[in-house]
Each structure stands twice: as C-alpha cells, then as structure tokens.
Design a protein around this ligand. Structure first.
Ligand code: NAD
Length: 516
C-alpha cells in the first residue's frame, strides 16, 4: 500500500511560506504529539495569496466536478472512501499521534467518517433531485421546479477534536452536492487534514487538483479563507472564532454554516434505567478526554434517583483512566491551554459549594485529566455555564423534569442533549432547545448519517449531515416554465385583456373571502 505523503512535507505554499503573512506570523505550523511533545508534522503556513490561489484552482476545477454529475461524483467519493479504508492503519496511527486519542477511538472516528461519506455519495442524487410542484391557479399553464445547484467553491475550516470526522461532515456533503472544496485544518492537527485531502487525490488521479485542496496555518489563514472568493464557508470550532469567521465572510456577503461549541445536558428522569444512564453519561462526558462538542457536560437528575445515579457514576468511572498506552480510556488533552480552563472551572465549582463525588482539583494534571464529577454546583458557576471541554461533569438535583428542562435550556448553547426516561423520552427530547438529542443514549445522532447535525443559539446555525446537510451545500433555485400560452389571458403582459383584469376582484372574493 502506498502512502499519501510524508507528514513532514510542506503545503503548496512552501516556496514562499511567510511571503504574505504578517511579520510576526510563524512561517510554519508544527503539530506535536500531545502525549510526548514529539513533532508529528510541519507544514508551511499559507498566507492570503496562497489561499486565494487555492480558491482560484478550486473555481477552475468546479466545472469539471459538476460535469461528473451525481453518478460520477459518487464513483469518485466511493473510491476515496475505499482508499482510506484500505489505508486505515495509517489514518488511525496519525489520529492517535497527532490528536492523542486511543487507537480504538481513532478507529471509530475513521469508521464514522467513512459511513457519512458513503451516505453522502449514495444519497446526493435522490436528495438533490429536481422537485416538481403544482403551479397554482394563476399560472396553471406553467411547470414549477425547485432545483438544487452547487454553490461553486466551499471553504471549510475545521477543529482538532475530531480532526477527520468533523470537517468531513461538511467536506463530504459539499463535494457530493457538486462543490469543490478548500479545507483549512486546525493548526493542532494539520497532518490528519493533509492525509485526508491527499487521499482523495491518490484515489482519484483523474481529478484536477482543485476539486479538494488543503491550506495550512493558524487563525489568519482561516480568516483569509473566509474572506476569499469562496461561495460558502463551513466553520466548525469555538463560538468566539465563529463570530470572527462571520465578520470576515460578511465582506463578500458569503453565506456561512456555523457548527460551534456546546454545553450539552443529560436529563435523568425518575423512571430512567439508572445504571444504563450512568454508563452512557460516563462515556459521553469523559470520552475523548471530554473534548467533544456534543459531549455531556451537565446532568439534571430527579431527586428520587440522584443518589443511585451518583453511585452508578462512581462505579462506571472507577476504572476509567487517561493515558497514552494501550488500554487507556482516553488520551491527553490535545491543546495544552485547555488544561487551565478545565482547572478554573473545577476550582470555581468547588469553591462555590459544589461537592466532588468523583476526583477533584488534583485530578487536573499537566497533560492528563482524570474524571471529575461535581454534585450540585451553583447554576451560575463556570462549570455549568461555560464550555469546559474536559473530562468533567456537573450533576444537579431537580424536583421534577419541568425544572430539568428549564435549567437545561437556560444556556447560551443549544447543540445536543440526552434524555433518559422509560416513558417520557420523546416528549422531553422535543422540549430541549437544541439541534439534536439522543434518547436513552448519548451522542447517538452523530453516528446516524441520515440525521442532520447542528445547533441553536451560541452553538451556531445551519445543518451538516443528512439530507439537510446536502441542501446546506446547495442553492435552491425556483424555475417556472411556461408550457403553453393561455389563449386570451396573458396575465404577465401589458397586452392583458381588460376582461381578465375585470375578473380578478371576483377571483379574490371567490377564493379568499371565508364564509365561515
Ligand atoms: P477554534 O475556534 O479555536 O478553531 C477552529 C478553527 O478555526 C481552526 O482551524 C483555527 O485555526 C481557525 N481559526 C482561528 N481563528 C480564526 C479566524 N479569526 N478566522 C478563521 N479561522 C480561524 O476551535 P478548536 O479549539 O479548534 O475546536 C474546539 C471547538 O470546536 C469547541 O468549542 C467545540 O465545541 C467546537 N466544535 C463544534 C462542533 C460542532 O459540530 N458544533 C464539532 C467539533 C468541535
């Protein structure tokens, strides 16, 4: 099996890495293994000129990609998926070394990436097929069609926590919908992004290079992409950066889809299967070191099952430990700066009356953070209000599920959530102000390619995945075609007959005045 590239290779901007970046901007982006600090990969930073050049190549490639039609694109996308599947060991190794997640978690990330890619490739033709409508009374001699046309070039800016699965939720759907894509991966995981993009070229040597390309760098490279001549921006990352991306995109009135942070709550009702809920919540909160946008960060539990839930969480987390060796439950914190955020949230919650029932402030190490569960932290503490993005959980006691819904919804964020209840799962799920919810499980929605994913409020807007995701990367276009002239009517003409004009008030009366 051949490899795509050596991870230490530089990107297309290597001839003049710092040529168009600011004086202080680093010329290279280098990712480090978060478990060892060993260098994983180094890429030249792409400044605005290099970004514009990549976008120009993507525009040049767009007609070729659109000419492939749904069938041709499906073939190319499935070849790409097959290539990545055949080279899975490389992908898993890179995900493990660059992001820090255990190999089994890296394998799941690759599998989920491929499942969504496969779904997009196979469903785009049906989801984006023209839709015919009845034209209505006034223009009964017309046919009416909604068609879904690609935007052209989509700029995708991605995060580091699921460095393949998350951006792929935009990239695969944008490509399947007929767009070409320029991708800027996170500066913390550039090699995974580079591998993913080069895999497309390796699997599809017939495709021009601009169909899917990568640009590397820090914030300014992302800002340059958002302000470039792309026709749509898909951003996944923090809420604060999302605002900056929107401002950059506003210069050209470029539409955006925003997949931002979260503070997901799990509701545990009196009739829940408590051991099963604790098992799911423990994983949903601590898995991937808590660095999951739709990870569980808060629990609202009915008073009658609170003690049982706490005991079951203690049991479920007793053997859970971070590490980088085989068998570790999760890895190190990928981004060193996040450790301080987690420490400050835990300290604030404990100082303000919360009780640590699993771990405590000492659980927050330099690289690794052991699970922390805090009972009844005040609702205005940082650990309840702000995205912690670490392996911590608050558990708050409520007297009824209306209170649980109210507190869960009292958040700036509205990404995902979970409900554990035998009888009221669907009802409570509908009452959560979030884009996605799992009932009697956590994060289930992210593994179902036909379901849309996205948030409300500070968690963003727009949808990736599923039919809604394919449409997010398509412009809807209405086409009205006159099939035959209506003799003597000519409604849309100065030559309209007076008799027709005289009839119109009667038409209004007959059709729209309600008699009851
Ligand atoms: P981040 O906002 O720091 O960075 C995301 C990307 O934006 C990176 O590629 C970064 O280089 C780029 N960037 C930084 N400044 C920029 C600017 N001014 N203009 C354009 N691009 C810029 O986020 P992160 O730390 O990489 O990821 C973690 C965050 O992402 C968390 O808040 C998490 O909840 C969120 N997230 C959301 C989803 C979702 O689907 N809603 C999925 C994964 C992660």
């Amino acid at each position: 099996m051949s490899t795509v590239s050596e991870p230490t290779q530089t990107s297309p901007a290597q001839d003049s890495p710092a040529q168009d970046s600011t004086e202080q901007a680093p010329a290279f982006v280098e990712s480090l293994n978060p478990a060892t600090d060993a260098s994983v990969a180094r890429f030249a930073v792409d400044g605005p000129a290099a970004v514009d050049a990549a976008v120009a190549r993507a525009h040049e490639a767009a007609p070729w990609w659109q000419e492939q039609g749904f069938a041709g694109r499906r073939r190319h996308l499935l070849r790409w998926a097959s290539w990545m599947a055949a080279h899975r060991d490389e992908a898993v190794d890179l995900l493990h070394r660059e992001n820090g997640k255990p190999r089994p978690d890296a394998t799941i990330e690759l599998l989920m990436t491929l499942e969504h890619l496969d779904w997009a490739a196979k469903h785009a033709a049906k989801v984006l097929a023209d839709q015919s409508h009845r034209p209505g009374l006034l223009l009964a001699n017309f046919s009416a069609t909604t068609s879904f046309v690609p935007y052209g070039v989509v700029g995708v800016i991605g995060p580091w926590n699921y460095p393949m699965y998350t951006p792929s939720g935009s990239i695969a759907l944008a490509l399947a919908a007929g767009n070409t894509v320029v991708f800027k991966p996170s500066e913390h995981t550039p090699a995974v992004g580079d591998w993913y993009v080069k895999a497309f070229a390796a699997a599809n040597p017939d495709a021009p290079e601009g169909v899917l390309s990568v640009v590397h760098g820090f914030g300014p490279t992302g800002a340059a992409l958002a302000a470039s001549a792309v026709n749509k921006v898909a951003f996944t990352g923090s809420t604060a950066t999302g605002r900056r991306v929107m401002m950059a995109a506003a210069q050209n009135l470029t539409p955006v889809v925003m997949e931002l942070g979260g503070k997901d709550a799990a509701l545990v009702a009196a009739d829940a299967d408590v051991p099963a809920a604790a098992d799911a919540i423990a994983w949903g909160a601590m898995g991937n070191s808590g660095q999951t946008c739709v990870g569980v960060e808060r629990v609202y539990v009915h008073r009658s099952v609170r003690d049982q839930l706490v005991a079951e969480l203690q049991k479920a987390l007793a053997q859970v430990r971070p590490g980088s060796e085989d068998g570790a439950s999760y890895g190190p914190m990928t981004m060193p700066a996040q450790v301080d955020v987690v420490r400050s949230h835990v300290a604030d919650a404990l100082e303000r009356g919360g009780t640590a029932v699993v771990g405590g402030l000492d659980s927050v190490g330099e690289r690794y953070i052991s699970p922390v569960v805090i009972l009844d932290a005040p609702e205005d503490s940082l650990a309840v209000r702000e995205e912690t993005f670490g392996p911590t959980l608050t558990v708050t006691t409520v007297d009824d599920m209306d209170e649980a819904v109210r507190l869960a919804n009292d958040s700036q964020y509205g990404l995902g959530g979970a409900v554990f209840s035998q009888a009221r799962g669907a009802e409570l799920a509908r009452r959560l102000d979030t884009g996605v919810v799992s009932v009697n499980s956590v994060i289930g929605f992210a593994g179902i390619p036909s379901l849309p994913l996205g948030g409300t409020g500070a968690s963003g807007f727009g949808r990736i995945h599923g039919p809604e995701g394919l449409r997010e990367f398509s412009r809807t276009k209405g086409i009205a075609s006159q099939r035959f002239p209506l003799p003597g009517v000519k409604l849309l003409s100065f030559g309209r007959a007076k008799a027709i004009t005289a009839l119109l008030p009667r038409v209004i009366g007959l059709r729209h005045v309600r008699r009851s």
